[in-house]
Design a protein around this ligand. Structure first.
Ligand code: BDP
Length: 688
């Protein structure tokens, strides 16, 4: 990775203390020879071991005839040494992707075994082992058993093909050059390596918006090059080529498709899901794709939302729409991921997804997954979790998180999403009584976790080097949502910035404190949200403050602020199961950090500690800025401790983040003051 950053896959020389043990066990490696995944494993060892160990490893295709210890990677069927070192039934029991790492003695030599029941598992196991070496962990007593929590761990790339742009991508233009494919770029493989190293096992290559809304009506001329065109027969070669890169890393390829594809790509005059010709068209298209890409994962569909066509155009519902497409994929083992991000007639958008989808529970085909954003609005800095989680027991569900920082400072601010995701995963839905946290859902076959991607052409991949942590953390949390956030973060920092303890502590702290700071300056911290500018300018969009654009989302009036989503308002709180619904219904019991999401309250309403609502909003906005300055200073303290390029890049972004945080603070506090006419106790707001 020369023209761009290696992210967390930079393999640097291990310090002497550990070197002996690593060399003893890894100077030779014996890797099974069969699947494409194994050749990827071989390549990774060739990249990693010389840099880590300072010596070229010998990679054997046959059991090594050496007096040294060695690393063996394969299934028990591949190698007698593995079959004899680990119980075969234990390996066979592992879920797809699961693996074992074990230190063993073989012929009197110290060896290491990476084994799994599937080739994909061997890829993950190898990356896990390399992570241990890279973070200087001991390997002399290894006995690791890992399985992914969820069957599906998908990346949704929101790239707009042929435009090289990325919707909500803040790390530069798209890395995927569809005009030049099937020619491949090294960057594709490096991306696959990054994803596989954290356990991602599927990628949707294109944006959920497969056409511009203004051209999405059935009669408009669909002449622009956009995502829907990837289904055209002559373009499938490009897709096939890209798929072959990701396949080597155990990553299944998917496509976002346009619901009107039978008209756009085919020449039908309807896309009515109940029309037999439409169904036949989807079947033929699926057959054509599977002929070329046998491991194709399926289609992602955004229908009847933000101008994209859908079943409503034909008086049908989401079940009709999803099932018609799913039936075409079913004979091939493919799946439809059908998004629940829909608008409707409700004044309060929060109630819409549940209202639309909950009544359809049980009617979707087995190979349909309903993909739901983490919150009811839209990836805001903090939202309550979606009411749909746990509400559709008869339907496969997927949780959609946003890795890219659309509303949390984009490619500039250091805003780490892992603490937010941890809060989401730990939330008790009470779906099956108390003790039904979000992380316990999505565990059936066909379910899983999805992340909206963040990478682009920038050297950093993600706009700012620190945002790489969000991509890393997504994969790790989709693998194990109960893993300790501190451990995951520290792991990322050690691999990315090396093992200096001061650097590790400082960067880990910065990341962990960053999310709350962002909430404070961008929202005031009491559950307000969606107060950003919605401009036409690419980089202005969703970046600057502009509360006056969105009265419906924050509900500011002269009397008070917040949105009544209780039974006296939109009724959204009532979509949760008790006691969650009761908790949110009640002003006293509602957690303070979500208070104004559920309640419209007088500006001078007193919070538990006696502070008024408006004063708390002022205080939080100011605290968010102070905290951001503190984080910037912490970063500054690392000067000379990490390489100049990354140090300066992040330092410059921190300066901008502080300026932006001040801007948010000033706009929001002035706005609160203008409505409330309540002076800030500390005289910081208004009347200057
Ligand atoms: C919003 C984004 C928009 C996406 C939409 C979606 O602003 O670009 O198209 O979500 O999820 O957050 O479909």
């Amino acid at each position: 990775m020369n023209q761009y950053d290696s992210c967390w896959l930079r393999y640097e020389r291990v310090p002497d203390g550990r070197l002996d043990s690593y060399r003893r066990r890894c100077r030779h490696a014996y890797i099974a020879e069969k699947a494409p995944e194994l050749s990827a494993v071989r390549d990774e060892l060739r990249r990693a071991l010389p840099d880590l160990l300072g010596s070229d490893p010998h990679l054997w295709q046959h059991p090594p005839t050496t007096a040294d210890g060695f690393l063996a990677i394969g299934t028990p069927d591949d190698m007698a040494m593995i079959a004899e070192s680990v119980p075969t039934d234990v390996v066979d029991d592992l879920a797809d992707g699961g693996y074992l790492l074990k230190s063993v003695t073989w012929n009197g030599q110290d060896c290491l075994v990476v084994t799994a029941s599937t080739d994909r598992g061997l890829v993950y196991g190898t990356f896990h082992l390399l992570r241990l070496l890279n973070t200087h962990e001991p390997v002399d007593d290894l006995d690791v058993r890992e399985e992914p929590a969820y069957e599906n761990r998908l990346l949704n790339q929101w790239d707009t093909p042929f435009h090289r742009s990325v919707e909500r991508g803040y790390g530069g233009e798209s890395i995927f050059d569809w005009e030049r494919l099937p020619d491949l770029r090294p960057r594709y493989e490096d991306y696959a390596r990054l994803l596989a190293s954290v356990g991602v096992n599927g990628i949707v290559f294109n944006n959920v918006n497969t056409t511009k809304p203004e051209r999405a009506s059935a009669n408009a001329a669909f002449d622009a090059f956009e995502g829907w065109q990837l289904l055209e027969s002559h373009r499938l070669e490009a897709f096939t080529s890209l798929a072959s890169v990701f396949r080597r890393y155990g990553i299944r390829p998917y496509l976002s498709v346009n619901f009107a594809a039978p008209m756009l790509v085919g020449d039908l005059d309807t896309a009515d899901p109940l029309d037999e010709e439409v169904q036949a068209w989807w079947r033929e298209k699926a057959d054509e794709i599977y002929e070329l890409v046998p491991d194709f994962g399926g289609f992602l569909v955004k229908a009847d939302s933000e101008g994209q066509p859908g079943p409503y155009d034909y008086g049908r519902d989401h079940v009709d729409g999803a099932n018609a497409i799913a039936r075409a994929l079913e004979p091939h083992g493919g799946r439809v991921w059908w998004r629940a991000f829909v608008y409707g007639t409700h004044e309060d958008r929060a109630v819409q997804a549940y209202d639309t989808f909950e009544p359809l529970d049980g009617d979707f085909d087995d190979n349909v997954t309903v993909q739901i954003k983490n919150g009811p609005i839209d990836f805001q800095p903090r939202e309550p979790v979606s009411t749909l989680f746990g509400a559709m027991p008869e339907t496969d569900l997927g949780l959609e998180l946003q890795i890219t920082q659309e509303y949390t400072g984009q490619g500039v601010h250091a805003t780490y999403h892992l603490p937010m995701w941890e809060e989401i995963f730990d939330f008790d839905t009470h779906a099956d009584g108390p003790g039904s946290p979000v992380h316990s859902l999505f565990r059936d076959d066909g379910e899983g976790v999805v992340g909206v991607g963040s990478v682009g052409e920038d050297h950093s991949w993600t706009g700012t080097y620190l945002a790489q942590a969000n991509l890393y953390a997504f994969g790790r949390v989709a693998w194990d949502p109960e893993a300790s956030a501190e451990a995951v973060t520290e792991e990322w920092v050690r691999q990315t910035f090396g093992g200096d303890e001061e650097v590790v502590d400082t960067v880990t702290r910065i990341l962990h404190d960053s999310w709350e700071a962002c909430i404070d300056y961008e929202t005031g911290g009491l559950g307000l949200m969606h107060m950003m500018h919605n401009g036409e300018e690419y980089l202005e969009n969703h970046y600057y403050p502009s509360p006056e654009e969105w009265p419906g989302y924050h509900g500011a009036t002269e009397e008070g602020i917040g949105v009544d989503r209780t039974s006296t308002g939109s009724g959204y709180a009532g979509q949760y199961r008790d006691p969650v619904a009761e908790r949110y219904e009640s002003v006293e019991d509602c957690p303070e950090e979500l208070l104004l999401f559920f309640h419209h309250l007088p500006w001078t309403h007193e919070l538990a500690d006696g502070t008024t609502v408006v004063q708390r909003l002022y205080d939080n906005c100011f605290a968010g800025v102070e905290e951001t300055k503190r984080l910037r200073d912490e970063w500054q303290s690392l000067e000379g401790e990490i390489d100049e390029r990354r140090f300066r890049h992040v330092a410059e972004r921190f300066e901008e983040q502080v300026a932006q945080a001040e801007r948010w603070r000033d706009v929001l506090t002035d706005y609160f003051y203008d409505y409330s006419s309540v002076a800030d106790e500390q005289g910081r707001v208004g009347d200057d």
